[in-house]
Design a protein around this ligand. Structure first.
Ligand code: F6R
Length: 241
């Protein structure tokens, strides 16, 4: 595991964008695993800038998002579909057919999850998976107590996650309690992983994930067993390391 310690959020975002951009340039047919949330927003801004400067071509890039809330449709402004559209997809030349995000409105969850996994496999697997980390050590929406062997599945969100994500909703009661998420095994199958962490509130989770025991209690701790992980962390996020 490589840990890149960076001064601040802005520089962390630039570094992460730089890794994603290199992946796209070196392999224009790359399959990217994408995350949502606050941490990765700066990185997406940088990627959009590079695209606007003419440095990137997304026409053959395929993407798979980590997760989507269950019971929320694409048009809903809180959906991860909407987030991706607003923060990345509408700004770049990606082919719509190459974008994959779990369908939060599916009537057949099992089938949706199975098909999602099959699509990833058919594309040749994820070349580069981008991750954030929850305050409780989650990656994707794999919450403490998750099964390491799980593929894409329906998850029940942890109380901490519901509370943390309520900042994107009008009230905590509006936050969905379930989501469809890639499983730990899906994430571990990715060829390369980058994990971004920023701010004091992530310091404890990052410390446990990187230096603690490998345990489902800290889902991100499984990354210690992945052969190609780069953690990009700012000074506050690294304060416990
Ligand atoms: C998002 C995701 C989550 C977030 C994590 C950190 O698709 O799967 O694991 O990466 O909750 O979220 P922020 O960056 O908002 O603190």
């Amino acid at each position: 595991m490589k840990v890149i310690l960076i001064e601040d959020y802005q520089t962390m975002s630039k570094k992460a964008a730089n890794i994603v951009e290199s992946q796209i340039i070196l392999k224009p047919h790359s399959v990217l695993g994408l995350a949502t949330g606050e941490t990765v927003l700066g990185m997406y801004k940088e990627i959009v800038k590079s695209f606007e400067n003419g440095d990137l071509d997304f026409s053959d890039i395929k993407t798979f998002n980590l997760d989507e809330y269950y019971g929320i449709d694409k048009e809903n402004k809180r959906s991860y579909y909407y987030y991706m559209e607003e923060n990345l997809f509408k700004h770049i030349n990606i082919n719509n057919a190459n974008i994959h995000i779990p369908d939060g409105m599916t009537s057949d969850i099992e089938e949706e999850c199975k098909i999602y996994e099959e699509k990833i496999e058919r594309c040749g697997g994820i070349d580069l998976q981008i991750l954030g980390i929850g305050r409780n050590g989650h990656i994707g929406f794999n919450e403490p107590g998750c099964k390491f062997e799980a593929l894409t599945h329906l998850v029940h969100l942890d109380k901490t996650t519901i509370k943390d994500n309520s900042r994107f909703f009008n009230s905590i009661s509006e936050v969905p309690t379930k989501a469809i998420s890639m499983g730990i095994k899906t994430i571990m199958n990715a060829k390369k992983v980058i994990l971004l962490a920023s701010g004091q509130e992530k310091a404890e989770a990052l410390y446990k994930a990187l230096r603690g025991n490998i345990t489902p209690k800290v889902p991100a701790s499984i990354l210690q067993l992945h052969s190609d992980v780069t953690v990009i962390v700012d000074r506050d996020g690294a304060s416990r390391l």
